[in-house]
Design a protein around this ligand. Structure first.
Ligand code: FES
Ligand code: FES
Length: 176
């Protein structure tokens, strides 16, 4: 290698200064507690809950909006937390499975899931219950078929669908 070729190969080129990672302010209420945070703009609500707020009840399945394991309630509406950037939720109220009830004061759907044996491994269950809370608030489902259809965004790899529908219908007071 000639001297000229060697000096070109050794030249690292112009240096680019590393830019600091942007942290943006976020005020959000989670399970009734107001939180003031600084988050990177790419952090999803799911990662904010699990990694920043230690609320691991909300589960990560696909991380692509396909399984429903991450379902939470934002201002009362069910949503996939993996598809929502946290920074877009300034001023919002988020409810997770931890905020629905306590061991000594379960939400009616939590109690119904236990009563109807509506889970096996339980991984999908927080998302199923949060989704069911949203479903009941929407008020559109009146039959088993409608419950199954409107809960179809929540997958259960254990196949507990019949018992999940039983639990929801029990709370709804709908058909069996
Ligand atoms: S983890 Fe969000 S939909 Fe699967
Ligand atoms: S209870 Fe196991 S995935 Fe639903």
């Amino acid at each position: 290698m000639s001297q000229a070729t060697r000096s070109m190969a050794d030249d690292p080129g112009p240096t680019v200064a590393a830019r600091p990672i942007a942290q943006l302010p976020l005020a959000i209420t989670v399970n009734g507690v107001e939180r003031r945070l600084s988050v990177e703009p790419w952090v999803t609500l799911l990662d904010l809950l699990r990694d920043h707020l230690d609320l691991s009840g909300t589960k990560k399945g696909c991380d692509h909006g396909q399984c429903g394991a991450c379902t939470v309630l934002i201002d009362g509406q069910r949503i996939n937390a993996c598809l929502k950037l946290a920074i877009t939720l300034d001023g919002a109220e988020v409810t997770t499975i931890e905020g629905l009830g306590r061991p000594d004061a379960l939400h009616p759907l939590q109690a119904a899931f236990i009563e109807h044996d509506a889970f096996q491994c339980g991984y999908c269950t927080p998302g199923q219950i949060c989704s069911a809370v949203g479903l009941l608030a929407e008020g559109h489902a009146t039959t088993r078929e409608e419950v199954r259809e409107m809960m179809s965004g929540n997958l259960c790899r254990c196949g507990a669908y019949t018992n999940i529908a039983d639990a929801i219908l029990d709370v709804m007071g709908g058909d069996e």
